[in-house]
Structures are given as C-alpha cells and as structure tokens.
Design a protein around this ligand. Structure first.
Ligand code: S3P
Length: 158
C-alpha cells in the first residue's frame, strides 16, 4: 500500500467520514487539509476566505499539500483541491488519489443549511450542480474513481 492515500471529491461527498474509517482500517494517521490550514493559520476556513479570498485559501492549500507529501497518512482534501493542476500533480506524484463520487442530489441534501463552506453561500441547487459538473473531469483524473452512492462506509473502505 502506498504511503499516502489522497481522498478527493465534492463538498459533502463523505471524504472525512470515509477517511477516518480508512485510516483506522489501515493503521494510518488521517490528516485533513482544511484542518491543517486552520491549525496553521489559527483561523477558520470561512475567515480565511473573508479576509484573503479564495486566492489566498488556494495558495495555503498548495503549501499544505507540499508539506503533507512527507507524511504517511490518509489525506482528506478540500473539495476544490483538484482545481489547480499543480495540486493534482503533487498528489499523483506522491500517492494514490481516490475520487469519492456521490450522487449530486445527496451532496445537495448533506450540504444544505451549511454556513461553514463559503463557496456554497447563496448558491442555488442548479449552481451547485454546475460546479460539480465543471469539476468532474478534474476529479476523474484520480487513480481510482469510486461511486459511493448507496454504499455503506464498510463497503467503501473495503
Ligand atoms: C471547498 C471545499 C471545502 C473547503 C473550502 C473550499 C471547495 O472542503 O476546502 O470551503 O472548493 O470545494 P470540503 O470539501 O471538505 O467541504
């Protein structure tokens, strides 16, 4: 098994839950890029977006990824990590990338009334669906494409 497993996928696709279970099953540490950034900056993601915009957040995300290439871990990533080619290269070059795909209806259900994700603020269901569709080809560059719809955590981990 590779030293690093990156879980990618859209907001609300279950990366955190699956990552925790996968880490336990493999005996790997689990590191979340958003949490890493929040601890490093001593700020919530929402505050980082408010103060420095998405551009600042994306540069912090790349810096975090670079540091994490030294760890043996299951790394759960923010949904937009795949947007930068540099990030996709860092992940592919240092581990196995698994795209956790999930029906968009389920994603919308899970993320509704969520104010911790700045990019979903004031977005309609149609907007969220188009964001997902725009990102899909980038997610699909992963080594493994796993459709989690209707599957239990145990099945996904297996
Ligand atoms: C983002 C997803 C979030 C977080 C930030 C931006 C995105 O992480 O990194 O709000 O661009 O999809 P989750 O996928 O864990 O919600």
């Amino acid at each position: 098994m590779n030293d690093r497993i990156y879980l990618t996928g859209f907001m609300g696709s279950g990366k955190t839950t699956v990552g925790q279970a996968l880490g336990k099953a493999l005996g790997y540490q689990v590191i979340d890029t958003d949490q890493w950034i929040e601890e490093d900056q001593q700020k919530k993601i929402k505050e980082i977006f408010n103060e420095g915009g998405e551009k600042l957040f994306r540069s912090l995300e790349t810096a975090a990824l670079r540091e994490l290439t030294q760890k043996k871990a299951v790394i759960t990533t923010g949904g937009g990590i795949i947007l930068k080619e540099e990030n996709r290269q860092i992940m592919k070059g240092s581990g196995t990338v698994i795209f956790l795909d999930c029906a968009i209806e389920e994603v919308i259900r899970r993320t509704s009334n969520d104010d911790s994700r700045p990019l979903l603020k004031e977005k309609s269901k149609g907007d969220i669906q188009s964001m997902y569709e725009d990102r899909l080809p980038l997610y699909k560059e992963a080594d493994i494409h796993l459709d989690t719809t209707g599957r239990s955590i145990l099945e996904i981990v297996a």
